[in-house]
Write a protein that binds this ligand. Sequence first.
Ligand code: AMP
Length: 542
Amino acid sequence: MHGLMMQQPLLVASLLTHAERHHGGQEIVSRRVEGDIHRYCYRDLAQRARKLANALAGLGINQGERVGTLAWNGYRHMELYFAVSGSGAVLHTLNPRLHVDQLAYIIDHADDRVIFFDLTFLPLIESVASRIKSPKVFVAMTDRASMPAKHDLPIMLLCYEDLIDGHRDDFSWPLLDENHASSLCYTSGTTGNPKGVLYSHRSTILHTYAAALPDSLNCSARDVILPVVPMFHVNAWGLPYIACMVGAKLVFPGPALDGKSLYELIEAEQVTLSAGVPTVWQGLLRHVAERGTTFTSMRRTIVGGAPCPTAMTTEFQERYQVDVLHAWGMTELSPVGTVCSFKAHHLSWPTPQRYAVQAKQGRGVFGIDMRIVGPDGEELSWDGQVTGDLQVRGPWVTSGYFGSEDASPLSDGWFPTGDVAKIDPDGFMQITDRSKDVIKSGGEWISSIDIENVACLHPEVASAVCIAARHPKWDERPLLLIVKKPESALGGDELLEFFDGRVAKWWKPDAVVFVDAVPLGATGKVLKNQLRDQFRDYYLTA
Ligand code: AMP
């Protein structure tokens, strides 16, 4: 129709083009795997991303094909974010914390054509390489001088800097359909094999707009943003895209996520806004308290991925005048769903009541529609009391999993989050429990089913149940409840040793409790809720 707005697709590359034109001189600072600090600006990022896009074409990567990354937060990873998606391929961020077998499964399932990796992960890539089906191209994200002298990879290893050096920096980002896939992230948030969540250019741009808003993550050109949340975990909560959209300075921590390293980076670069899971902030707060120092520039921190304890909110706000923004999201939600920003009337509330609000996961950002439902799917009221299964829908919520033949996860057009929540009359959602059977330790998932399966392989185990128990450092850790076979003298340590090599080290339960029997429901299913209630505080009281 005449006079309507232009039909311009929402594309990831436009974020980079915008950042180059409007914030070209804005800095991006990275602590590298090599240990030093690298700095350049959005103009350099854009130029190198175009070279990389030409290099990808040179490697024969076609639109729609997946390009894997196994990397920390850093500028080369950022270049891949834009070069891969911008040229129409799909950026597949791999989580290095997964067990090598899971990584191999994911790489094969996604059919990654090439894998870019940080040098830290060479041993991991070497183990993965022998387990994956098709031959891949591997690229070490470093320069010639730092290339490993030898390696065990079955095929040639390329050097990132050499790869892009040979290419021109004039690349025209293709005018893709905005519903074209842009990136892919697997989640182990449900049972069974990890599942891929495929983001589109459109969903990414809409999420970026919404997540940047003042009552969302509140990002601007005046910010210096430190994403501690990994770029391999739901695109670092979208912060690389947001930073381009608003023109913020970006600071990438690389592999050094301990309190001291983070604090030094925050102060040296005058970070104003940081983002990460509670476990990481614990290390940072401990370091700052031990040194008896303070934050001179940081004003806000986004805490998500796990509930933010009120003690943490209090310490950040009262001791250091750093406002806490508690947020909730999921891989399936790109990830931002709710953010806990005050409404005007909260500002005059007494302090304890305001802390009670901040303990909530927050209100839905525009674009995320949410509801809680009861056992029969009936919608429950927002009275702040009644709890139900949390469901969401919106343009950056997944409608199904990548390459999955399973039935759609949607229920009546809504995505069931697996979280149990209540919602107050102001629209603030608070998670009270989880219906999905998983454990979230330090912000990363552990499958309780996988742990139980390994335990059951032991000849002296009759039945095994793994539950999430609260933990002072990691938020949750796996606790293994075991019924032994008659006459067995199996000890806890012996059983735990059995896990070595069978699961990733950090998946190994911290303790085993031997029980005479586990409670079963009418259909013979283990009543895990009952066990969770009984043993939830095991690590807090042990
Ligand atoms: P992931 O897909 O790995 O980002 O994990 C998403 C899940 O983490 C959610 O479904 C919740 O179970 C949990 N989660 C994320 N943020 C929070 C939060 N602020 N409080 C409690 N749980 C959270």
